[in-house]
Ligand binder design. Structure first.
Ligand SMILES: NC(=O)c1ccc[n+]([C@@H]2O[C@H](COP(=O)([O-])OP(=O)(O)OC[C@H]3O[C@@H](n4cnc5c(N)ncnc54)[C@H](OP(=O)(O)O)[C@@H]3O)[C@@H](O)[C@H]2O)c1
Length: 349
């Protein structure tokens, strides 16, 4: 079993050098590919990247936009803002909320079942897996399919989206969108902090005195986000030629969201994210939500990526610098098999 690693200074991890595009600039160019689609975005709360993704998708006339998150009141706030936005046309676009806790396999299964019950022919054009949590200070768990405890960041950031996505694949395959359906899954530059160590030792995900002692909050986050990259790789391969394309997104560092809520203020100051008075450090390499979500729009809609399924989009461009452990097809298959075990269901296409 591996020991704890030192939490790296996130501000020193590779960040997009310069993001000149914004969600609006990319969407303006891709408008024709955005209109009339059915889209699900997970993890939607005011101030988060999911809300910015919802804003830009809603602005470009989807047919149906489903905001899937765990806090109904927060989704309702975002929907109210979207409907109040200039140009929103309720006769063109329907916006719905879907309550789903991605840390709970039961909740995920119930949420997808509710979509299929409402419309047995439900067809999905774009799935944006955005929800995530970061650096829980203590080792916490969520139940796996057998009710056994599983480390929570892995459970929420990798296993939740793995199950949600796979249960939605039949709907994605029913998409009639020209150019096919897309799955865009949000990883993090933080993936550079760790491979999926659980592939060597699945026991590190389990609740034992040793794992609690060895727990490193950043390593656990990094492992889960490498999981996102490997899931995309496997998904792209399994769905090649079947009308569904998969991409990962590195959103860059956006200080204005709520992601750092689990990171104690003194740690955030020590890492240089915040100034001594608690405000965001202006010299940290933060970008705006609009710059960040440019990559979401590209991954979800840009037809020029059709031959790049499996790729990661960073700073609105294909990222050619992904580390080997996050683009290895053998590791991707291994993680797929481990994930199937954890959700108690096999998915092959
Ligand atoms: N901000 C950054 O610098 C940055 C950098 C790298 C990667 N990312 C990634 O970008 C994505 C969005 O993060 P953000 O910065 O916008 O953070 P955020 O403001 O904390 O938003 C995260 C969203 O995920 C939702 N969520 C968390 N756990 C969930 C669960 N179990 N089930 C359903 N929804 C859940 C949250 O809902 P509640 O509000 O109800 O908790 C919230 O809507 C995450 O995947 C994150 O890892 C962000």
């Amino acid at each position: 079993m591996s020991g704890p690693i030192e939490t790296p200074d996130l501000t020193k991890l590779a960040q997009p050098a310069h993001v000149s595009e914004t969600s609006d600039s990319i969407a303006a160019a891709l408008h024709d590919h955005m209109v009339g689609k059915t889209v699900i975005i997970t993890g939607v709360s005011p101030t988060g990247l999911g809300a910015e993704a919802a804003r830009i998708v809603a602005k470009h006339s989807p047919k149906l936009l489903i905001l899937a998150s765990r806090s109904p009141a927060k989704i309702a706030d975002v929907i109210a803002d979207l409907k109040a936005a200039e140009g929103f046309d309720a006769s063109v676009t329907t916006i719905e909320s879907l309550t789903v806790d991605l840390a709970s396999q039961e909740s995920i299964r119930a949420a997808v079942a509710s979509l299929n019950e409402k419309d047995p022919d439900f067809a999905l054009d774009v799935l944006i897996n955005n929800a995530g949590i970061m650096m829980l200070p203590e080792f916490e768990t969520v139940p796996d399919a057998a009710g056994q405890p599983l480390e929570k960041q892995f459970g929420t950031n990798h296993i939740g989206p793995f199950l949600f996505t796979n249960l939605l694949v039949p709907a994605l395959r029913r998409s009639k969108a020209p150019g096919g359906a897309r799955v865009a899954s949000v990883s993090s530059g933080g993936y550079q902090g760790s491979p999926v160590k659980a592939l060597d030792d699945p026991l590190i995900l389990r609740d034992t005195p040793e794992t609690r002692a060895a727990y490193d909050s950043f390593q656990a986050y990094a492992q889960s986000k490498t999981g996102t990259l490997l899931m995309t790789l496997a998904l792209a391969k399994k769905l090649a030629g079947k009308g569904v394309f998969a991409y990962s997104i590195d959103p860059g560092a956006v200080g204005s969201t709520n992601l750092s809520r689990s990171v104690p203020m003194d740690v955030q100051k020590a890492l240089g994210w915040r100034l001594p008075d608690g405000t965001l450090n202006p010299v940290a390499p933060f970008i705006t939500a609009e710059q960040s979500v440019a990559s979401y729009v590209k991954a979800a809609y840009d037809p020029s990526l059709a031959d790049k399924s499996g790729a990661t989009i960073t700073a609105a461009a294909v990222d050619e610098s992904i580390l080997d452990y996050a683009k290895d097809p053998v590791l991707a298959e291994k993680l797929w098999a481990l994930s199937e075990e954890i959700v108690g269901e096999k998915f092959d296409y």
